[in-house]
Design a protein around this ligand. Structure first.
Ligand SMILES: NC(=O)c1ccc[n+]([C@@H]2O[C@H](COP(=O)([O-])OP(=O)(O)OC[C@H]3O[C@@H](n4cnc5c(N)ncnc54)[C@H](O)[C@@H]3O)[C@@H](O)[C@H]2O)c1
Length: 237
């Protein structure tokens, strides 16, 4: 067991979660990654966040390896793109299960440590699509909007126990998820086309989200809770 604080990052084998895991490691946290795929660095646990038994088992493994968990970043997610009229309930459930229910399982599983230590930081990665809605992504946007609502409610409930809860809704971040959407012609143009319409004139990088997350889990962010902190190059204001 180490004196450093311990952070669990879900979805940390790829894209945004991976950059967050790397950044929190550089910041001095002990970092454990929960992902369907093994992560290439850090303490990697293969976990499906939709499976409560797997989440609880992995959380116990982190406690055994590092000690109590005081930071949780929920970045595991999967998008979906289908006309609502053609959306099956099974597709709806799967997307809600990963993007929303996975957050429920991970927060409930990690929370006893934060309450016992009277200090905790939870950051939920939602989506900038929650600002405006997105055609063909009703299930994804509904799940991510629920994550924003969960964030606000938990912030009120957990603030007195020393736990802050915030969400980062990323917009247009260059990850495998975005490039897959581009290749499938789901973006309504190329990434370059979107850059031309983005106020800061570039695509977002996973490191942009990681930098914001690094601040939100720091000691000095203790007066920030229940906030939805957009990181989107000005695409949503
Ligand atoms: N890239 C963007 O522009 C963008 C925009 C808005 C929101 N987001 C959100 O940011 C988060 C990270 O996305 P990304 O772009 O890095 O995508 P990504 O596909 O590169 O990474 C997502 C990771 O989540 C993992 N994952 C998926 N389902 C899981 C499950 N059931 N259990 C455990 N791990 C699981 C995947 O294995 C993968 O490693 C997601 O929640 C996504 O919805 C991304």
């Amino acid at each position: 067991m180490s004196a450093a604080r311990t952070a669990v990052v879900t979805g940390g084998a790829s894209g945004i979660g991976r950059a967050i895991a790397q950044r929190l490691t550089a910041d001095g946290f002990n970092v454990s990654v929960f992902d369907l795929n093994p992560a290439d660095e850090g303490h990697s646990l293969v976990v499906d966040v939709t499976d409560r038994a797997q989440v609880d088992k992995a959380m116990d493994a982190v406690r055994e390896h590092y000690g109590p968990v005081s930071v949780l970043v929920n970045a595991a997610g999967r998008d979906g793109f289908i006309r609502f009229a053609d959306l099956s309930f099974a597709d709806w459930q799967r997307v809600v299960d990963i993007n929303l229910n996975g957050v429920f399982h991970c927060v409930q599983s990690a929370l006893p440590d934060m309450r016992a230590g009277r200090w905790g930081r939870i950051v939920n990665i939602s989506s900038s699509s929650t600002h405006s809605g997105q055609p063909f992504m009703a299930h994804y946007v509904a799940a991510k909007s629920a994550v924003n609502g969960l964030t606000k409610s938990l912030a009120l409930e957990l603030g007195p126990q020393g736990v802050t809860v915030n969400a980062i809704p990323p917009g247009f971040i260059d990850t495998p998820m975005l490039r897959t959407a581009e290749q499938a012609k789901r973006l309504g143009g190329t990434v370059e086309d979107h850059i031309a319409r983005t106020p800061v004139r570039r695509v977002g990088l996973p490191e942009d989200i990681a930098a914001t997350c690094s601040f939100l889990v720091s000691e000095e962010a203790g007066y920030i809770t229940g906030q939805i902190i957009g990181v989107n190059g000005g695409r949503n204001t």
